[in-house]
Design a protein around this ligand. Structure first.
Ligand code: C6P
Length: 406
């Protein structure tokens, strides 16, 4: 019996629901008490508006916010913590780059490269930027195992390419992109800026931003045990410094004159308004929790669970599993069951206490290429164990019996 990596008792929601098999961590993860307590502690002992007060309480809030940024920088391999911009999540980070860097640098005749594997958050901002600027959107197709076709990428990237937007890990099928190869290939052909969607990677894999040599990287806290509403854009200093602000208001200015403004330094230039300091502190607590587990252990645990789940799910009649083999995926098992609509399947599984996501997973370009409108997706994380796999398989068998009787 494969035990969970993190004790279920660390997670109040799971502890309160012993019969629940939560297999939807790719949508959002459950939160350990350590994270909930850190947020409570911020409001109970340090609540003041960061960067605004001359009094000690405000200085404490500012310090905690600053420490949270330093913790993120350490976790994702960024030496210069000023290059970490807090956002609401991956979606806002991508929109920031598209609106700020994109509007300032992309024009008619340029090309923007995306892939057919992208979540809408890393597809629609670039599609809309292309429409607004007259640039051409080029879409890299996939291999039969739903990984990015690197030969296609090689063919599509040229000196006209201004930006390449690519996912580190697919949310819909879990495929991991070999980023080092992508960077090598893009750099050899163009001066394009490389933007990476790390929403499904940072919770599961060690991510060394500086060593990867990419330009922008985005992720969401809520998928790595942290609260919703906090995430990050990481960028190279020179790029961030060259970019115009994305939103205007408090904290992002240096001087405001009647007819013009000058801007604060990075990262503040991109953090207009009162920051989400409490959730940044929660994100730092989540990172410390994951660091204590060890990211190599997190990865090994997920692969072990995924291999067991996949072997047993594949053995069921009428099952199609999407994506490459488990060793090339994060903790995602995306599948369909003969003629059963994934939404019906998810509803039956819910009656057995098994929570999975069914739908297009905000990846409609991929679904179109798969020739389906939706898939069922089970996703594993540190609190899952083999009993969750047993429950998933048992519930799928029950669903098959119901549909066979119809
Ligand atoms: N994917 C899923 O169930 P936000 O909503 O900004 O935190 O993250 C958006 C996002 C961007 N990229 C990838 C690869 C993602 O997986 C997500 C969020 C969830 O797959 C909700 S649609």
């Amino acid at each position: 019996m494969l035990a969970s990596l993190a004790p279920r008792s660390d997670f109040p929601l799971l502890a309160a629901n012993p019969g629940m098999h939560y297999l939807d961590s790719a949508a959002t993860s459950q939160k350990p008490a350590a994270v909930l307590n850190a947020i409570h502690e911020f409001y109970a002992t340090a609540n003041a508006n960061p960067h605004r007060g001359a009094y000690a309480l405000s200085a404490r809030a500012t310090d905690l916010y600053h420490d949270a940024r330093a913790t993120v920088a350490r976790f994702v391999g960024v030496a210069d913590s000023d290059c970490v911009v807090f956002t609401r999540g991956t979606t806002e980070a991508m929109n920031l780059v598209a609106s700020s860097w994109g509007r300032a640098n992309v024009q008619a005749g340029d090309e923007i490269v995306v892939t057919a594997l992208e979540h809408h958050a890393n597809f629609v901002p670039w599609q809309q930027l292309a429409i607004a600027t007259g640039a051409t959107l080029r879409i890299v197709e996939l291999t039969p195992q739903q990984t990015i076709d690197l030969e296609q990428l090689r063919a599509v990237v040229t000196t006209r390419t201004k930006l390449v937007a690519i996912t580190h890990v697919s949310n819909a099928v879990g495929a991991i992109t070999p980023l080092a190869e992508v960077v090598h290939l893009v750099r050899a052909r163009s001066a394009a800026v490389i933007v990476v969607d790390g929403a499904q990677a940072v919770p599961h894999l060690p991510v060394p931003f500086d060593a990867l040599g990419i330009d922008f990287y985005a992720f969401s806290g809520h998928k790595l045990l942290a609260p919703m509403g906090i995430g990050c854009l990481i960028g190279r200093r020179a790029l961030l410094e060259s970019m115009p602000p994305y939103q205007f208001g408090g904290d992002m200015i240096e001087w405001v004159r009647d007819t013009e403004c000058t801007w604060n330094v990075i990262p503040h230039k991109f953090e207009a308004g009162t920051p989400n300091a409490a959730d940044a502190v929660g994100l730092a607590a989540a990172i410390r929790y994951l660091e204590a587990l060890g990211m190599a252990n997190v990865r090994a645990h997920e692969v072990a669970l995924l291999e067991r789940a996949e072997e047993r799910v594949r053995a069921l009649p009428g099952v199609t599993v999407y994506g490459p083999p488990p060793a090339q995926r994060s903790g995602v098992l995306s599948f369909s069951l003969a003629d059963v609509h994934p939404h019906d399947l998810a509803t039956i599984l819910d009656q057995h206490g098994v929570c999975i996501r069914a739908g297009h997973h905000c990846a409609q370009p991929l679904m179109r290429r798969l020739g389906v409108s939706a898939t069922a997706r089970a996703s594993f994380y540190v609190y899952n164990d083999e009993r969750d796999v047993d429950a998933l398989v048992g519930a799928l068998e029950a669903a098959q019996r119901i549909f066979a009787a119809d």
